[in-house]
Design a protein around this ligand. Structure first.
Ligand SMILES: Nc1ncnc2c1ncn2[C@@H]1O[C@H](COP(=O)(O)OP(=O)(O)OP(=O)(O)O)[C@@H](O)[C@H]1O
Length: 329
């Protein structure tokens, strides 16, 4: 750590948890700091004890199946949902303060638009709430909706509404953009335009965290992928790690009397599924795994090796338990 640290001690934050104060330099370099975050709704534990740090300038995709807790996480980072316990800091600030200071721009799934206002009026209203907003026309241009400026929100398509929400998020000229399924409802061309605008934003070194169901988007636009399942981070790695996993192969075979630990013990095995005597093994190096499998189980029958799609890699990842470091192996 560099100099300038103001306080190295542990303090009690308002939620009653210990928190290490960040130095000025760390506050500048750490876009999101989440520690021991939990949220439940009745019986449902939407987010369970999540720790996450995002450095300034990172583009992070939050992936996970329906109900994994992605929106709850995003809502807590934006300050719309209060955690049961845990800490959230955005560039060292509590979420609501970060929003008020224009540090966070958010584009949420259910972000309401005013029926009677035009697009330019809505974005203008939000701009007037911030200290140093972008000129409204510039926010519209960046979101690719200049031509919709005089349109009322009742006359917008789903994809157009998403882009208006994007302009609302951009107009604060934030350091961190939080996006919850930003391209939902957009066709392929609009999706590309959207991500093009986003790249313009990230090129200036700003931080983005987006929740998505689309692996291709995560692969193409994120530096880092965080997988959530059942309210926990089950994997956290660079896009290169995910790519190498997706470049793996599945070996299928029929092996009588097979056990999961025996299959997991084979080299380069990432995931194992067994149904009766049918085995499917996800491998990051299928040649090595195949040689070991045939040597260990010479009676294996119907052996085949097939490519793994991103979807399969994703399912394998989200069905695994987290390693001690939380990294992809
Ligand atoms: N306001 C709420 N009241 C009750 N339960 C909720 C509420 N919000 C979320 N949940 C529950 O918490 C869990 C996590 O939901 P969340 O919306 O965070 O997941 P998600 O990963 O964003 O899902 P999706 O991809 O479907 O949007 C789910 O079981 C959901 O039903």
């Amino acid at each position: 750590m560099t100099g300038g640290r103001e306080n190295l001690g542990q303090v009690k934050n308002p939620e009653g948890m210990d928190e290490t104060l960040l130095s000025k330099a760390e506050r500048r370099d750490t876009a999101v700091h989440v520690q021991g975050l939990r949220k439940h709704y009745g019986e449902v534990h939407a987010v369970k004890e999540v720790d996450l740090t995002i450095k300034a300038g990172e583009v992070v995709a939050l992936l996970g199946p329906n109900g994994a807790g992605k929106s709850t996480m995003v809502d807590m980072i934006v300050g719309l949902t209060t955690p049961d316990s845990g800490i959230v800091r955005v560039f060292g600030l509590p979420p609501r303060q970060a929003v008020l200071e224009g540090v966070i721009g958010a584009m949420l799934q259910e972000g309401a638009l005013l029926d009677d206002a035009t697009v330019i009026e809505m974005v203008g209203m939000v701009a007037s709430l911030h200290k140093n907003p972008l000129p409204v026309r510039e926010a519209l241009r960046k979101a690719g909706i200049e031509e919709l400026a005089r349109r009322r929100s009742t006359k917008l398509s789903t994809g157009q509404k998403q882009r208006v929400r994007f302009a609302v998020a951009l107009v604060a000229d934030p350091d961190l953009l939080l996006l919850d399924e930003p391209t939902a409802g957009m066709d392929v061309r609009r999706r590309h335009e959207f991500w093009h605008s986003m790249q313009e934003f990230t090129a200036s070194g700003r931080t983005v965290m987006f929740a998505t169901h689309y692996l291709e988007e995560a692969e193409e636009f994120a530096d880092r992928v965080v997988f959530l399942r059942d309210g926990r981070i089950v994997a956290d790695g660079s896009v290169a790690q995910v790519r190498s996993l997706a470049a793996g192969r599945t070996l299928r075979a029929t092996i009588s009397g097979v056990s999961e630990p025996a299959m997991r013990a084979l080299p380069s095995v990432v995931n194992v599924e067994i149904r009766q005597d049918k085995v499917a093994v996800l491998s990051s190096d299928s040649d090595t795994t195949l040689r070991a499998l045939l040597s260990r189980f010479p009676h294996a029958r119907d052996v085949e090796v097939v490519g793994v799609g991103l979807d399969e890699a994703f399912l394998a990842l989200t069905s695994r338990t987290r390693t001690s470091e939380g990294e992809l192996s």
